[in-house]
Design a protein around this ligand. Structure first.
Ligand code: UDP
Ligand code: MG
Length: 304
């Protein structure tokens, strides 16, 4: 293993429009630290030119390393792989689209040098994102805190610096359905935040369609809490009680057919919802017990 001070992990999924600019900005910032660093590009099965561009950069800059997945495994897995292969004394995770300003890394490094082991980026403002995205994100982080037993800082994404110790702790968590920010809170250590304004995407579109956002949201909740199961059971029992009261009422008043029918719908709805929640958990359990590797690498460049 090299003796590197900083590892910068950059997940890439169809980022051909931004990768060169991101590389330039990151390089400028990391050079200015006057310390050794590596930048690990993790190509998460991009279908555009991202891989070719990353290979190019790798060829003429020995600080750049590249891991390429055999297919799209998802943002959280890409970050995990980057951490797995990193060797810096501090690891910085940053999005490829320059929404997380690389300049903030310097502040993170300062905090790290003060002795903090996790320095997360806290978004005080988001620019150039749709109202829908801002609203859902903000509501989600608050809801998440209510639903889980772990105190996760609100409005923070995966843009953060972690100490080698924290990185090793994360590596010991083998779960497939991952919510890295949650894990980082879960492992503990001395944590602090630096505030920043989340920028507009430099180019290209978000790689987080609603479907991926929902999966991430459910993972976040399900991985750190059993509350959804409890809520499902709670709702179920309340409705059961209510339906008994209704039943007695309709029986006494002779309104049998109509009310029983609506009750049937209601109860079925509850049962299906509860089953759905349980199903989501079981699906995740199944993912874990299969014991498959988290990701499959098709190519690695720049590693010794
Ligand atoms: N990303 C990834 N795999 C995916 C989706 C996204 O590696 O399946 C990367 C993407 O290239 C970017 C980061 O994850 O570097 C965050 O994605 P994006 O900017 O699209 O999300 P948003 O900022 O809109 O939430
Ligand atoms: Mg983005």
């Amino acid at each position: 293993m090299d003796n590197v001070q900083y590892s910068v992990v950059v997940p890439l999924y169809n980022e051909e429009e931004v990768i060169n600019e991101t590389y330039k900005r990151l390089k400028r910032i990391m050079d200015s630290t006057k310390e050794s660093y590596e930048i690990i590009f993790v190509n998460d099965g991009s279908r555009d030119n991202t891989l070719e561009l990353a290979r190019e950069i790798c060829k003429y800059d020995s600080n750049i390393k590249l891991i390429s997945f055999s297919r799209n495994f998802g943002h959280q897995i890409a970050i995990t792989a980057g951490m797995d292969y990193s060797c810096g004394k501090a690891v910085i995770v940053i999005d490829a689209d320059l929404q997380d300003p690389p300049e903030v890394i310097i502040e993170m490094i300062e905090k790290w040098k003060e002795g903090y082991e996790v320095v997360y980026g806290k978004r005080i403002k988001r620019e150039g994102e749709t109202f829908f995205k801002k609203f859902t994100a903000s509501a989600f982080y608050r809801f998440l805190n209510k639903m889980t037993d772990i105190n996760m800082p609100v409005d923070t994404g995966d843009f953060r610096l972690i100490d080698r110790k924290v990185c090793e702790a994360l590596k010991s968590a083998p779960e497939h359905n991952r919510y890295v920010r949650g894990l980082v809170s879960w492992v503990g250590f001395k944590q602090t935040g630096v505030e920043f304004v989340r920028q507009e995407r430099f180019a290209g579109k978000t790689k987080y369609p609603l479907k991926k956002m929902l999966k991430l949201a459910f993972d976040a909740i399900a991985l750190f809490s059993h509350k959804p199961l409890k809520i499902a059971a709670y709702f179920g029992s309340i409705l059961l009680l209510m339906s008994i009261v209704f039943l007695l009422f309709t029986l006494c008043n002779g309104l049998i057919v109509g009310t029983i029918l609506s009750l049937l719908f209601l109860l079925n709805g509850v049962i299906l919802t509860a089953l759905g929640v349980i199903g989501e958990y079981i699906g995740r359990i199944y993912d874990e017990v299969k014991g498959r590797p988290l990701y499959i690498i098709s190519e690695r460049e720049g590693f010794k």
